[in-house]
Design a protein around this ligand. Structure first.
Ligand code: ADP
Ligand code: MG
Length: 359
């Protein structure tokens, strides 16, 4: 690190160096800021765009001190950051506008659902499971099919087990950790909404996205969503309520299920940019990354506007061959994250396919 050249007032610290971190670095550059990214993986893809990169784990005090002392504020691109990390950074004098609470709530599925219930947002029916007896008892109450999820650490469908009948139930082997058992919703649509709340408490919402998953990994996002005006209104009102009542600053990506009977259920949330928000890079007047940074920097927010209809498609490891000859043009924007090994199920990039202009 070229320590002597760092201008603290113009340098943003980012915890996590994945593709979201990389795109935050690009947005920071456009706003005239430099970035310092901390990640334990020396090949973290954000390193390509970060001005400074600290290769260290989230409990490395020397590294955290460096990050705290050389940045005007710190944000995160990943919700599974230990709260201890935030505490250490704050002890070193770091400015973390979002604080630790959004991480604390969103990194544990049970904690998250409890918080949402308290503010009267309908969650998927669920029970906490610690033992096999719990599992049997609550499966009986919820009725097949159910989904068992590790309460912590899961993403892209990892740590989840779909239980459709008694045979599946008997095959479950529990580890000595906390699980959440959820009713499997008969889903008509999955949607998400990215809300942003500024330091002055102003809130903006990005357009609602319809998400189609494949093997529990996001495949396609569609904007505008096919939801009725009434459903869109309800989702927007829930999203505004959630970020306001939880009193969060920064971005909050919220996922919902719409059941066949059109009931809305909160699924999960993440206090960071979201895969389903990548359409904003090309189809909106402002990207989710720019608005994230504006909200925590205390810059004026922009009101998100959809300029063009859009489909976002993820590029996974197994898509290597099929995207080889794909090039960007005025209606197709291809993004590759530069992540190294093309492993099955790994998010390697995405494509924004732009349609008609929106009046
Ligand atoms: P993560 O995205 O962190 O892996 P999710 O809880 O969002 O975890 O689950 C991933 C996907 O699995 C969801 O987008 C949805 O397609 C499916 N899924 C998860 N929970 C349920 C549920 N209770 N009912 C129906 N489908 C579900
Ligand atoms: Mg999810």
């Amino acid at each position: 690190m070229k320590d002597l050249n760092i201008i603290k007032e113009k340098t943003i610290g980012i915890l996590g160096g994945g593709q979201l971190g990389k795109m935050l670095c690009e947005a920071a550059f456009d706003l005239g800021y430099k970035t310092m990214v901390l990640d334990a993986n020396k090949d973290a893809c954000a390193r390509q765009k970060a001005d400074y990169f600290i290769e260290a784990s989230y409990d490395d005090k020397n590294a955290l001190e460096k990050l705290a002392k050389n940045t005007c504020l710190i944000t995160y691109e990943f919700e599974h950051i230990p709260s201890e990390t935030i505490k250490i950074l704050e002890d070193f004098g770091a400015n973390i506008p979002q604080g630790a609470r959004p991480l604390y709530l969103s990194q544990d599925r049970i904690r998250e659902k409890e918080a949402l219930k308290k503010i009267n947002i309908p969650t998927v029916p669920y029970y906490k499971v610690l033992t096999y007896d719990d599992l049997e008892k609550y499966t009986k109450i919820l009725g097949f099919p159910v989904i068992l999820k590790t309460s912590r650490g899961g993403y892209d469908g990892k740590g989840q087990c779909f239980i459709k009948d008694i045979k599946d139930l008997k095959a479950v082997k529990l580890e000595n950790i906390t699980y959440v058992l959820e009713k499997a919703i008969d889903i008509k649509y999955e949607v998400s909404c990215i809300a942003i709340r500024a330091k002055n408490k102003e809130i903006e919402l990005f357009p609602i996205v319809r998400n189609v998953h494949k093997n529990a990994i996001l495949n396609i996002s569609q904007v505008p969503s096919p939801l009725s005006e009434d459903l869109e209104k309800k989702i927007k009102s829930y999203s505004k309520d959630i970020i306001e009542k939880l009193d969060f600053i920064g971005p909050l990506a919220i996922e919902y299920f719409i059941a066949k009977d059109l009931k809305i259920y909160f699924n999960e949330m993440a206090p960071r940019p979201h895969n389903s928000g990548h359409f904003t890079l090309d189809a909106c007047n402002v990207s989710q990354f720019e608005l994230h940074l504006r909200s925590i920097l205390g810059l004026e927010l922009k009101r998100p506007k959809l300029l063009r209809k859009v489909l976002m498609q993820n590029i996974l490891g197994e898509d290597k061959k099929s995207i080889e000859n794909l090039k960007s043009d005025k209606n197709t924007k291809v993004y590759l994250y530069g992540k190294g090994a093309w492993r099955k199920g790994r998010k390697m990039g995405h494509i924004n396919i732009l349609g008609d202009f929106v009046k």
